[in-house]
Design a protein around this ligand. Structure first.
Ligand SMILES: *[C@@H]1O[C@H](CO)[C@@H](O)[C@H](O)[C@H]1NC(C)=O
Ligand SMILES: *[C@@H]1O[C@H](CO)[C@@H](O)[C@H](O)[C@H]1NC(C)=O
Length: 346
């Protein structure tokens, strides 16, 4: 190869290398668009989870918890060989008392070798409400070391950022999709749980740019509201239960919260800053309207598209599909598999 063609080749390579990530940045809802696909494939072929047998069979109280547990137990990730497992799942009923949970962990610690290797850091559990801080050693280790999967939005003090995972509100696979071209009539739609609870709702009532209601009369009306509104308003900490549906119908979430949110669903996978707007609650309705109104046409269009694409991650299928809710939760667990196991000293 001559010097000139070598230089041209180098130039070509550096141009392609540079243009590709830039392009994928704007068109991907993922934080690591080039890594997620190969890493996901890697997970499918390698990830192994050992599920402890509960003392007696039980069912979880919420649909999200049950769907996860059922999907996990019937998934190819489960192994009977604890020695090859990356992670260990500790099942216990939603309403089990903290004393019983402590006893359960003590049992694992004393009867089996796995807990002691990481003091629970390669273990995970599902608890919609999340568990709080207790002084009992078993509960401290479970809370501080093991990965908790709790329902979004988590109660204050029950979620540890970067370690814990949010279980998103359930969206079923038969829910219809976003209309391909959406013509919006309203700036915002806000389904709230009562004017008493939401000062924002109180402020917005009567504003012609918004549809404000406590409960849509039926599902079709709800779908129509989502389709005809540019933004869907969520009072974080009061009701975020329909955020997956909002995304699916191309209604860009506007999340109102007084502090940064650390428990957004799939937070280490999705670029939330590109699919939703976040508004401080201090500024009231004026601030919310200013932020929503300030999103340019192009930015809005992209947010909406990325949101619709992201909504597949919220969907539960009768048998898990690539990148659906179950598999994305598993992917988040896969990202958390690197824990140091200490060799037992005799
Ligand atoms: C785990 O460590 C504790 C001490 O912290 C010990 O009492 C227990 O027997 C150990 N478990 C196993 C299975 O060796
Ligand atoms: C898209 O919107 C335009 C007007 O905004 C309408 O005329 C057209 O029928 C719509 N297409 C579909 C597929 O809904």
């Amino acid at each position: 190869m001559s010097i000139t063609s070598f230089l041209l080749f180098t130039l070509f390579v550096s141009l392609t290398l540079h243009s590709k990530p830039l392009h994928s940045l704007v068109s991907s809802p993922y934080l690591s668009p080039t890594i997620i696909y190969p890493d996901y494939q890697n997970m499918l072929s390698k990830f192994k989870v050992f599920v402890y047998e509960p003392n007696k069979p039980f069912t979880f109280n919420s649909p999200a918890e049950s769907l996860f547990y059922t999907s996990l137990r019937t998934s190819p990730f489960v192994t009977q060989k604890a020695d090859e497992a990356h992670l260990f799942f500790v099942p216990f009923p939603s309403d089990l008392s903290t004393r019983s949970i402590a006893r359960l962990v003590r049992g694992l610690r004393t009867e089996l070798p796995y807990w002691n290797r990481t003091l629970g850091a390669d273990h995970f559990y599902v608890s919609c409400a999340g568990i709080g801080y207790e002084s009992d050693r078993n509960l401290v280790e479970l809370k501080k070391n093991s990965v908790q999967i709790s329902c979004f939005a988590a109660t204050a003090g029950k979620f540890i950022p970067h370690k814990d995972i949010s279980l998103p509100p359930v969206v079923f696979s038969d829910a219809p999709h976003a209309p391909s071209n959406k013509t919006t009539t309203f700036l915002g739609y806000f389904r709230h749980s009562g004017v008493k609870e939401s000062t924002l709702a109180k402020e917005l009532i009567g504003d012609p740019h918004f549809v404000i209601e406590t409960e849509p009369s039926d599902h079709m009306t709800f779908v129509e509201r989502l389709s005809r509104s540019k933004f869907c308003l969520f009072d974080y900490g009061i009701d975020v239960s329909w955020i997956g549906e909002a995304l699916r119908f191309g209604c860009v979430p506007a999340v109102i919260a007084d502090l940064p949110i650390h428990d957004l669903p799939f937070m280490d996978v999705l670029r939330w800053q590109e699919i939703a707007v976040f508004v401080g609650s201090g500024g009231g309705a004026g601030e919310a309207k200013r932020v929503m109104g300030g999103v340019s046409r192009d930015r809005y269009k992209r947010m909406r598209e990325l949101g619709v694409t992201s909504s597949q991650h919220f969907v539960w299928n009768p048998s898990p599909q690539p990148f659906d809710c179950f598999n994305t939760l598993m992917y988040q667990l896969w990202l958390r598999r690197h824990t140091i196991r200490y060799v037992r000293r005799e």
